[in-house]
Write a protein that binds this ligand. Sequence first.
Ligand code: GDP
Length: 364
Amino acid sequence: GFKCGIVGLPNVGKSTLFNALTKTAAAQAANYPFCTIEPNVGDVAVPEPRLKKLADIASSKEVIPARMQFVDIAGLVKGASKGEGLGNQFLANIREVDAVAYVLRCFEDDDITHVSNKIDPIADFEVVETELMLADLESLEKRKTNLEKKARGGDKDAKETLELVERALGELNNGRPARHADISEDEKKAWNGLQLLTAKPVLFVANVDEDSAADGNQFSEVVDERAAVEGAASVTISAKIESELAQLDDEEQAEYLETLGLDEPGLNRLIRTGFDLLDLHTYFTVGPKEARAWTVKRGATAPQAAGVIHTDFEKGFIRAETIAYADFIELGGEQPAKEAGKLRLEGKEYIVKDGDVMHFRFNT
Ligand code: GDP
């Protein structure tokens, strides 16, 4: 599955946020079980309002949302790239995630120590990112010498990789994360193979005090501005409030949200933003037994989408009966959509669109 890592300095609210994520999902209906895979890995349902609408039309017995994982990556301190604190473990954990959510402390509380004694989310972000940049620099420098040797010997792959390594170093040596490098579609695969920590997409989570949950505060504003400059996503949330919301039943939750001036729990926004950040699409399978949301990378073909359900579906793929979400809803289901000529037969080359309702035909 797809994984989003939660990182930040100590005492910024990472565990509070992670625990809220785990509880909210657990508090949902039986179809949305939360499972803790490891103490620090949580598997959550992706909130997807379209799924329920499809299920209602098809009278599906079960509703099964798409899922993604959040990983609470503790242990970052200044010097992590040199193995300080839980440095090495910390870096290994980040290497495994698909995107990084930086939790930034935007609340004041004299009782809770801040590692540098000052609320400054941007400075905090820079401390954390600097460690990741240093780790990338070190791993690239290590590889470079070897690649140069091979490239001089006429190894074409090594030459190509070396070119990417130099591009990444160009950014890092200028104090910029590797994600700012210009990478073409063709180079993506080799680029991802470099496994750079600072090449991953990032999300800023401004953790604000309880009174600022709806509108943010002076600190979260600065975080939003910086996110815009970085081309990153940002979400303002109060981890404290979320942990309270997570313990309420639906009715109490709705009441509390209203008093707070919120439309939905901040965690829903966080999960959805994480999902978008991973460049994912949702497609649906809908029938009387179940309505289910599936996740594919943007740009996936119909056979690749089928492969998410089962590898046999991909191997034996013949075609996909496809109805656009809007047609399914407007026309009132599969049969009426078919009669209106809105059920398309798509082949191997078809690029799945977000919201497609699909039914795969395959050989076994
Ligand atoms: P971590 O070290 O980043 O995992 O931080 P924790 O989640 O353990 O939080 C550190 C302390 O800050 C705890 O005492 C939390 O209750 C408190 N805290 C976390 N989020 C908030 C918040 O939004 N508002 C306030 N006032 N306190 C918070």
